[in-house]
Structures are given as structure tokens and as C-alpha cells.
Write a protein that binds this ligand. Sequence first.
Ligand SMILES: O=C(O)CCC(=O)C(=O)O
Length: 191
Amino acid sequence: MATMTTLGNSLMTGIALSLGLEESYFFDRYTTDPLILFRIFNYPPQPLNNESESNLGVGEHTDYGLLTILGQDRSGGLEIKAKSRWVAAPPIPNSFVCNIGDMLDRMTGGSYLSTPHRVRNLAGHNRLSFPFFFDPNFSAEIEPITIGADANDNKEERWDRASVHEFSGTYGDYLLNKVSKVFPELRRKVL
Ligand SMILES: O=C(O)CCC(=O)C(=O)O
């Protein structure tokens, strides 16, 4: 977890430099104490003749935070949406896929768009993936980098039709709101 956190911070340093910001921009504001989560997903094989949305391993979505650093086994099946087309993101030995999350989209006014992705396991056997979610501190207020500038809002094209740019508040506010929508029962019982 510590090594992956260091990797997340290194990637964010590169992204800060790419935006012309000081290299510790994200670290100072959001990831000195990041919210991190590691999961292992198992995808049972899906029937080859049924590719309906309800039969996907996981349907189209974007992740909520900054970056997801994802390891996957050799099965394949991860797809990302680029310019309205689904493109395979097959495993490359000794590498991770890195998905951009909604908070980086929000902060950068859409310069770094969060990555719509989905999984179809057509390998004929179980597929394992290993996402590490590297996200802002739960209590951090999320601020656009260029305050007042017009964002490139792609709400009409987003999977949930929800604008990331209309949101203001802490990362925790954003996360709990999203999780409550996906798991309404959890909201009723726990929140
Ligand atoms: O299993 C995968 O390849 C993707 C998992 C996923 O959708 C996610 O990490 O948000």
C-alpha cells in the first residue's frame, strides 16, 4: 500500500508539471494523507452469446477520485471509451492501466477527462483485477485549478449524465453522494 501510494504521488507530480503547476501542487492540497483503497475483483466468465449491458462484468462508469492504478491478469476484457468508441485496454506485462477519476476532471476543468470504462469477461474463465484507488483526502475541499474559467463540461456524454463541474464541497461529500446513489440500501442503513 505504501509503495502504491508513492507511485500515486509520483504520477500526480508528473500531472502537476504537465499543467504548469509546482510539482507538489496535488500533494500539498489533496494527497499528503490520501484516501486509498485496494480491492481484488473476480469476474466469472460471461456467456459469449449474451453481451447485453446487464450481462457485463461491470457496466460503464468512471471512478470518483484522482487516479486508479490497475493491475489485471492475462484474461483481457477491460475496455475504455474514447470519442464514443469502446477500445480494448489489454494487459501489458509488467504494467498498470491508469484511469483518471472525476476529481482530476473537476480540478482540471476537463483537461484530464475521467475515463469511462467497463469490463466484459469473454475469456471463458475467471478474470482477476487489482485496482488501487488513489484519491484526495476525505475532508479536502476540491477546488478547480483555474478558478472562474469555463470548464469543458461533457455531462451530456457522461454515463450518469451528472456534471462533475457543478459539484462543490469535499471529496467525502462527492464520494458519499455517489455511493448512496449506487447503493441506496447502504445509505438508508448506515448514513
Ligand atoms: O476490473 C477492471 O479491469 C476494472 C475495475 C473497475 O471498473 C474499476 O476499478 O473501477
